[in-house]
Design a protein around this ligand. Structure first.
Ligand SMILES: Cc1cc2nc3c(=O)[nH]c(=O)nc-3n(C[C@H](O)[C@H](O)[C@H](O)COP(=O)(O)OP(=O)(O)OC[C@H]3O[C@@H](n4cnc5c(N)ncnc54)[C@H](O)[C@@H]3O)c2cc1C
Length: 519
């Protein structure tokens, strides 16, 4: 097996696959992913992708909405690139074969979501946009015969003199740990939702990419900004299914357990206020009514409309006896998206040469302190294309891969049963309790203490499978999230401090950057 390539892409979500498809011809690419090709946040995305293509819309308005939602912390230059490139990216997706939903006149049907002042969200198969886009990208990867390996997990980066030369992986099928050398490495490893016990994210979202980059000396930024989606299905036997924001965009309202509509009492934008605001309002109302859920009500919409726009959610809820055309949907906020990540410049370059980060794992500053709905798939595409071009140029400019010290492969069996699962659960519980939607100093101190204890307890324990590796990564990231949440003594976007409830632009209109000292 050839373990050398020009451009190595880690992750098979939208960021990874779109980057792979845009690397220049003749440059050899390899995509690896730790699960199956479809195991990603991208495949689960529902509501859609934002682009200013409506007659009453423009990239300037999209820009303004994104900046407002980001609560003073967006990188304006990155947002500019995002919104200006959105319409052409959508055209490219259509050219590749993505079929976005259209209205009766054949025009693209644009949905509306929180904090968007215009209808600008393109969707496909109603609420299965991620799957619709990803199936097309996967088809192209297969048709173009792009080299691809699944069930291969990155354990660490190979970095010499601050230049990334590739990665060390654990291959589930070969039961072997070996190096893959590359001219450029692109981390497109997605989010961190699994750090919390109640999350919309699938099992792969453990923040591995952030942890390996940090361990190799890359800078991470904005780690305190974790977004909690306001409406996740809350049912004792159902998985934590996201209930898309488009439902509120189409007039869905939130009611407390007494059936009363409550959001307009707290905020003038009502149910379409930014996500961080709605999540906090729901939390407060749940506390007031002594309940662990509220209801989302779309029963006023016609059955036909619900079935055509939200077929997946309709079908999933029905499995648990909830007919969303007639019944209120029990929901509560759940961990959803990491605004921070591996710090990059506008070309996707990290602080390590030859290492790029793309998509949710990247800290581009686009989302500031709070991501606006449907800007994330867009980020993976817009920056995936830029990174593909930059990586191609880097390879052409830097020539052959040059490695100082070769690593040899070793056999490593994989066990079905993890060793660290109990530690993972303990970590998730304290993250939820002390570093969730509301934070305060004493709780954060408690969290850091618990993390210290867990670190001590697992320090010398071996890893038996991928889950164990993830748990170690999660522990490291939890420490960074806890520390930065403690440092930021203000409330902004998704970071809410009960003890510092106001935004403080004098001291805190800045990013917290973390870097590990490498000995
Ligand atoms: C339920 C849900 C609904 C959403 N709806 C929307 C929406 O409508 N619109 C929108 O814009 N955004 C939405 N989002 C957010 C959006 O889907 C994600 O932010 C985006 O898809 C991230 O893409 P990505 O390619 O960066 O990461 P992902 O799609 O998560 O892909 C990461 C990949 O990296 C792999 N990986 C991770 N660690 C390793 C490792 N150590 N080794 C090898 N491979 C690894 C994973 O297996 C996976 O293939 C939603 C998210 C969820 C969870």
């Amino acid at each position: 097996m050839n373990n050398r390539c020009d451009v190595l892409i880690v992750g098979s979500g939208i960021a990874g696959l779109y980057t792979a498809l845009n690397v220049y011809d003749k440059i050899n690419v390899l995509v690896i992913t730790k699960g199956d090709i479809t195991d990603s946040n991208s495949y689960n995305a529902q509501g859609g992708i934002a682009a200013a293509i409506g007659k009453d819309d423009s990239p300037d308005i999209h820009y303004h909405d994104t900046i407002m939602a980001g609560d003073g912390l967006c990188n304006p230059a990155a947002v500019r690139i995002l919104v200006d490139n959105a319409p052409s990216i959508v055209e490219d997706l259509i050219r590749l074969g993505v079929e976005f939903d259209r209205d009766e006149n054949g025009e693209l049907d644009l949905g509306r979501e929180g904090a968007h002042s215009r209808r600008r969200v393109l969707h496909s198969n109603g609420d299965s946009t991620g799957k619709a886009i990803m199936d097309v990208l996967i088809r192209h990867i297969i048709e173009r015969k792009t080299p691809f390996r699944d069930k291969v997990m990155v354990l660490e980066l190979i970095v010499e003199n601050n230049i990334c030369r590739g990665v060390i992986v654990w291959d589930r099928e070969r039961e072997e740990i070996y190096p893959i050398y590359s001219g450029v490495t692109v981390l497109a490893t997605g989010g961190i939702g699994q750090l919390y016990p109640f999350t919309t994210n699938p099992y792969v979202a453990c923040g591995d990419g952030l942890a390996v980059a940090y361990d190799a000396g890359a800078e991470l930024c904005d780690m305190e900004f974790v977004q909690f989606h306001p409406t996740v299905l809350k049912h004792p036997s159902a998985p934590s299914l996201l209930i898309t924001e488009s439902i509120r965009g189409e007039g869905g309202v939130l009611r407390n357990i007494r059936g009363e509509r409550f959001v307009p009492r707290y905020h003038s934008m009502g149910e379409l206020a930014p996500r961080d605001v709605v999540s906090r309002i729901i939390t407060e109302e749940m506390e007031k009514t002594n309940s662990d859920y509220v209801y989302l009500d779309i029963t006023h919409l016609s059955r036909d409309f619900i079935l055509s726009h939200f077929p997946m959610i309709y079908g999933e809820c029905l499995k648990y006896g909830i007919d969303i055309t007639k019944d209120y949907i029990p929901v509560s906020p759940g961990a959803h998206y990491m605004m921070g990540g591996i710090m990059t410049n506008l070309k996707g370059e990290t602080s390590i040469r030859g290492l790029y980060a793309c998509g949710e794992c990247a800290g581009t500053g686009i989302h500031g302190a709070n991501r606006m709905a449907s800007n994330s798939l867009l980020e993976g595409l817009v920056f995936g294309k830029i990174i593909a071009q930059e990586a191609s140029k880097y390879v052409l400019h830097n020539g052959d891969i040059d490695i100082l010290e070769e690593v040899t492969a070793t056999e490593k069996k994989i066990s079905d049963k993890g060793i660290l699962d109990d530690y993972r659960r303990r970590l998730q519980d304290v993250m939820w309790k002390y570093c969730g939607i509301k934070r305060e100093e004493n709780g954060l101190k408690e969290l850091l203490k618990e993390i210290g204890i867990l670190e001590e307890e697992i320090r010398d324990l071996p890893v038996a499978n991928f889950r164990d590796v993830e748990t170690k990564n999660m522990l490291e990231l939890a420490g960074l999230i806890g520390e930065t949440a403690m440092e930021r003594r203000e409330s902004r976007g998704a970071h809410f401090r009960v003890d510092y409830p106001y935004r403080d632009d004098i001291y805190w209109q800045k990013h917290i950057v973390k870097k590990k000292e490498i000995k």
